[in-house]
Design a protein around this ligand. Structure first.
Ligand SMILES: *[C@@H]1O[C@H](CO)[C@@H](O)[C@H](O)[C@H]1NC(C)=O
Ligand SMILES: *[C@@H]1O[C@H](CO)[C@@H](O)[C@H](O)[C@H]1NC(C)=O
Ligand SMILES: *[C@@H]1O[C@H](CO)[C@@H](O)[C@H](O)[C@H]1NC(C)=O
Ligand SMILES: *[C@@H]1O[C@H](CO)[C@@H](O)[C@H](O)[C@H]1NC(C)=O
Ligand SMILES: *[C@@H]1O[C@H](CO)[C@@H](O)[C@H](O)[C@H]1NC(C)=O
Ligand SMILES: *[C@@H]1O[C@H](CO)[C@@H](O)[C@H](O)[C@H]1NC(C)=O
Length: 629
């Protein structure tokens, strides 16, 4: 979700597509070897509980909680309640989803953990929508996006709990959230401990801010590379077939760049990648396109087909296949196969040679430069079954995202996956909407088109550049995102061009200057996951297949010394702030419905969460009893 020159960092959360049929592999006779490994597809697009099953209403909130009463415009926040599992509407436990950057229906459909825990705990279920999402839209004509901020959203949840959902504080409330919602859940418990008995903060990259001390700038992409190196399915330890997927990708990218240097090379690439328009640039558009999806696929590492990530990014209910990263390599393409690629030299230094099988081509890569010393003719390369097999495999692998709707006729490389790169173009959207002649209309258009995320990133400078750094010798990306000299966030900061949110007329209400590259205000307000002293009852869960796990909150970082062999439950404090490590988890898989194909680590994580919540419920009632005596 992110990239150079974007200060707005989209917590890119999403992706999807279904397995493609076998493509023409350009004369190669490789066979698909995946038939026996088919995982049953469990559709999560048809959930047992939807918004139709809930009672929804609106609660009037001040748009600005932090000015004297009456000085702020108000807006109507949507919330939905389900009481059928509860035994008593005033004292039964409450499972409360703190909505994040999508309409509330998305979380109602996908947060199966709450729906499965509620009958066991005889709990009420409440989903509250994030301001500036779905139907919770303000109607104002100036400063219209300036109230999209974390602190305001948290105050919304506090107010609705305190005044409407649990007014006498007789019920233990557990806040749930995933991703940015996970940050909200953790921070809510930290800021409003009197209103909540505990938090499930799932896949919350709360420690992913660019703290100057954090030198692990490419951790997220290392997580990606580790996931890509796994078998299909990734939780099956009996599979021993060689997996060339990361090697093939690392070899394909400099090859694309080198081929794009000539017209004939570009024509070959355009044909091989089924491009709608002939490639005209130096290959960088194709490289961006072919590299942008992997993060989204890895986030979506669920063991069943899921529309969760695609909906988050595309706002379309379309599904990615089970284990999308592995599907891309093993099912939708032959990218795991040996295409004759041979490396020499030092890959961790990004100074290496690559030979391309039967084509006779050998390239030298030195950081971002690629040269050829081999005498191979272009026709021997473009007719090489191994080169064709390699490149068509890359195409077919990324098609699981780009052809997720299965009706795409050809590929448009200007439409890269909605990930980091997109956050930058979102800032462009702000510009496009600017029509100073009618501020009221601008505000309404902006609120409807932007939602909460872009504005939130502007207002809170939610900088999570942890996914920017890649290709530095530890993953499968090329070219490197930064010069060789860049080793730390401090170095990176020099090359980070902050793109301020464009608002010269002050209609949106954004700050005119970006000023908080290090997210120091977030650190001051929330500790950004580093110092948990004084806090209690928070579970920070993270799946090790999810690149966001690099920014998670831990006692001991699982990516410090991979592969992680430490405990599943890490105690961060002795007051039940814990990190929960889910070996085969994607982006908050633990929040999803359980399924017969769940890896053991996911099942286990939900049991642990159940155990902790039961314990916290017990102590809430004991304390309530004690104080009432
Ligand atoms: C939620 O599920 C319902 C029922 O399957 C479906 O109609 C709706 O499109 C889904 N919405 C989202 C956002 O997933
Ligand atoms: C949810 O509502 C739908 C439509 O009214 C109904 O068919 C379904 O049985 C309900 N689900 C549950 C679990 O009650
Ligand atoms: C809880 O409140 C709902 C209305 O919100 C009502 O239908 C239900 O009967 C109540 N249940 C109990 C156990 O009081
Ligand atoms: C917004 O408020 C204006 C003025 O109060 C009103 O005319 C308009 O209908 C409202 N728009 C929406 C979408 O509620
Ligand atoms: C490869 O490069 C890395 C990083 O510069 C260096 O630490 C390592 O010693 C090199 N390995 C070899 C075999 O030269
Ligand atoms: C997209 O998928 C459909 C259905 O599998 C297929 O017919 C079509 O050729 C694919 N598009 C491309 C560009 O490969």
């Amino acid at each position: 979700m992110f990239r150079p020159s974007a200060s707005l960092v989209l917590l890119a959360w999403a992706t999807s597509c279904a397995a493609q049929g076998v493509k023409n592999y350009g004369g190669s006779s490789s066979q698909r070897s995946i038939g026996s490994q088919l995982v049953p597809m469990i559709s999560r697009t048809d959930p047992p509980f939807t918004i139709e099953n809930m009672t929804c209403d609106f609660f009037t909130q001040p748009l600005n909680h932090f000015v004297p009463r009456g000085r702020s415009p108000s807006y109507e926040q949507r919330y939905c309640v389900f009481d059928d599992f509860a035994t008593d509407n005033s004292t039964s436990p409450i499972l409360f989803y703190v909505g994040n950057e999508s309409p509330i229906e998305n979380y109602i459909n996908h947060t199966g953990l709450m729906w499965e825990l509620a009958p066991k705990l005889k709990a009420r279920v409440v989903f509250a929508e994030h301001r500036y999402e779905g139907k919770s839209l303000p109607n104002v004509t100036s400063d219209c996006l300036s109230y999209a901020s974390i602190i305001q959203a948290l105050a919304d949840y506090a107010k609705i709990l305190d005044e409407l959902i649990n007014p006498h504080n007789k019920a233990p409330v557990f806040v749930f959230g995933g991703s940015y919602g996970g940050m909200l859940a953790g921070w809510f418990r930290m800021k409003y401990p009197h209103l909540t008995a505990g938090a499930i903060a799932a896949s919350a990259p709360s420690a992913g801010f660019p703290l100057p001390a954090n030198d692990k700038i490419d951790w997220a992409n290392r997580v990606l590379a580790a996931g890509l190196g796994k078998q299909y399915p990734p939780d099956d330890p009996t599979k021993q077939e060689p997996n060339e997927c990361p090697n093939n990708l690392l070899a394909a990218f400099p090859l694309i760049s080198w081929l794009a240097e000539t017209k004939d090379g570009r024509d070959f690439l355009s044909k091989t990648f089924s491009l709608c328009d002939p490639l005209r640039d130096d290959g960088s558009s194709l490289l961006t396109w072919a590299q942008a999806v992997w993060f989204d696929l890895a986030e979506g590492s669920f063991p069943y087909a899921s529309s969760y990530i695609p909906f988050g990014l595309l706002h379309k209910v379309v599904s990615l296949p089970p284990w999308p990263t592995q599907d891309a390599c093993w099912k939708s393409s032959y990218l795991h196969k040996d295409w004759g690629v041979q490396f020499s030299g030092n890959r961790s230094d990004v100074r290496y040679g690559v030979a391309y099988g039967d084509s006779g081509l050998a390239l030298d890569v030195d950081w971002d430069k690629v040269t050829s010393k081999s005498p191979a003719s272009l026709s021997s390369i473009t007719n090489s079954p191994q080169v064709i097999g390699l490149l068509t495999s890359v195409r077919d692998a990324v098609s699981i995202w780009y052809n997720i709707t299965k009706d795409v006729k050809c590929y448009d490389v200007s439409q890269a996956a909605p990930n980091l790169e997109v956050s930058h173009s979102e800032t462009m959207e702000f510009r496009k909407l600017r029509e100073p002649s009618d501020p009221g209309k601008i505000c309404q258009d902006a609120i409807h088109e932007m939602g909460s995320w872009g504005p939130l990133c502007c207002n809170d400078e939610l900088n999570l550049p942890m996914t920017f750094a890649r290709g530095l010798g530890a993953d499968f990306f090329w070219p490197p995102s930064h010069p060789r000299s860049v080793k730390t966030y401090k170095d990176m900061a020099k090359s980070l061009k902050l793109a301020p949110c464009d608002d010269p007329d002050g209609i949106y209400g954004f700050s005119k200057e970006p000023y908080d590259l290090w997210s120091t205000m977030l650190e001051a307000q929330y500790g950004t996951g580093v110092n948990m002293d004084g806090h209690s009852n928070i579970i920070f869960s993270n799946g090790l297949l999810d690149p966001w796990s690099a920014g998670g909150v831990y006692a001991e970082h699982p990516w410090k010394d991979p592969p992680y062999t430490g405990p599943v439950v890490q105690e961060i404090t002795d007051t039940d702030v814990i990190a929960l490590i889910i070996e085969h988890g994607g982006h908050h898989t633990d929040l999803m419905y359980s399924s017969e194909v769940d890896p053991a680590s996911v099942t286990k994580s939900r049991e642990i969460q159940h155990k902790y919540i039961s314990k916290w419920i017990k102590s809430f009632y004991e304390k309530a009893k004690g104080t009432s005596v």
